[in-house]
Write a protein that binds this ligand. Structure first.
Ligand code: OSB
Ligand code: MG
Length: 372
């Protein structure tokens, strides 16, 4: 289809509670929403970049700048573009995977809506519900953490992921295991907060029967993760380090991880995310779908991806209300501990115009005028 123009919109969404990780505390989410305008209709994308380059090198203002100046113009210059060509057209620009992913997502949504196909079926979904997991931030106290985890279990979440950092690891994990029992599916995420010298300390987590420890060491330290894996019984899962299907294959072959967290934004889009899943599946490595505190568009797309067969562990697929009292789309909700996979064409959800305009802080259009 022909991309006539692309709208870049920023929305500001308050979080229901502060979300604290080893790299910072978020109390609201500033999100870049991408809308592709075509003669056949529109398509929506959501960029996962955070306001600061704290989780990865990308950040929202940078993503918007590279989209405006370097990524959107080559697509507008083409007479016709299919979603499966977007990554190749954008390949001359190095990196900026989250920005590229958001643009590809908008083109893909436009294409799928135009031909009436749901994203889940396009991506190869094998189920219409996925188990819901929730990522739980660092709390002010262990008592407060136990209340928060208990609340999520009451809501029906099937798996709990605790954010950890030096000084907030063994004690909260022990307390959650003790309070909620050995059957709880429990895992931890360090967001790169440790070094290989912490191996003896991290090995103490082995006592708690965790599903996995996610990204204990810095992004570039793949070999060190392989070294750490030899010293822990807890399986290592990589998040930040996995930036493509090739890097996933390398990490697996090196022995750096035995589980992979797939985030489409981090790997440059849902099509590359599908390839990451295929590579992991071919190596017998289970994957799960990570989250980036997305609003409804990103959440809906994650559910479609997580419905693929390689997704053998519950992901960070939580309900809209886990982070937002008011989502920009119809809310995605839990049903008996499961999240339904959207079944309508494209992403299967659409921004609610009044909500979107109320939360919008800026809008710019790159490309021509469109009559709609
Ligand atoms: O490392 O998984 C992460 C949020 C922002 C950035 C990185 C991460 C996270 C989360 C939240 O853990 C996952 C979610 O959206 O539920
Ligand atoms: Mg993570």
């Amino acid at each position: 289809m022909k991309i006539v123009a692309v709208e870049l919109r920023r929305v500001h969404m308050p979080l229901v509670a502060p979300f604290r990780t080893s790299f910072g505390t978020q109390t609201s989410r500033d999100i870049l929403i991408v809308r592709a305008l075509t003669p056949a209709g529109e398509g929506w994308g959501e960029c996962v970049a955070l306001p600061e380059p704290s989780y990865s090198s990308e950040y929202i203002d940078g993503a918007q700048d590279v989209l405006r100046r370097f990524l959107i113009p080559p697509l507008l210059a083409l007479g016709h573009v299919a979603a499966q060509d977007v990554a190749r057209v954008l390949q001359p620009v190095r990196g900026h995977r989250m920005a590229k992913a958001a643009l590809e997502m908008a083109v893909l949504d436009a294409e799928l809506r135009a031909r009436g196909e749901p994203l889940a079926s396009y991506l190869g979904a094998v189920r219409n519900h996925v188990e819901a997991g929730v990522s739980v931030g660092i709390a002010d106290s262990v008592g407060q953490l136990l209340d928060i985890v208990g609340g999520f279990l009451d809501e029906g979440y099937a798996r709990i992921k605790l954010k950890i950092q030096p000084g907030w690891d063994l004690e909260p994990v022990a307390a959650v295991r003790e309070r909620f029992g050995d059957d709880l599916l429990l895992q931890v995420d360090a967001n790169t907060a440790y070094t290989l010298a912490d191996a003896p300390h991290l090995a103490k987590l082995d006592a708690f029967g965790l599903l996995l420890i996610e990204q204990p060491l810095p992004e570039e330290q793949v070999r060190a993760h392989a070294e750490l894996a030899k010293r822990l019984r807890t399986p290592i899962c990589l998040d930040e380090s996995i930036t493509s299907a090739v890097s996933a294959a390398d990490a697996i072959v090196m022995g750096a991880c035995s589980v992979v967290n797939i985030k489409a934004g981090r790997v440059g889009g849902y099509l590359e995310a599908r390839r990451v899943a295929e590579v992991c599946g071919a190596h017998g490595v289970p994957v799960w779908c990570g989250g980036m505190v997305e609003a409804g568009l990103g959440r809906a797309a994650n559910l479609a991806l997580a419905a693929r067969p390689e997704f053998l562990l519950p992901g960070d697929n939580s309900a809209s209300q886990r982070f937002y009292a008011q989502d920009i789309t119809e809310p995605l909700t839990l049903h008996d501990g499961m999240m339904p996979v959207p079944a309508a064409p494209g992403l299967g959800v659409t921004p609610i115009p009044e909500v979107l305009s109320e939360l919008t802080t800026s809008v710019e259009q790159v490309g021509g005028r469109v009559h709609q």
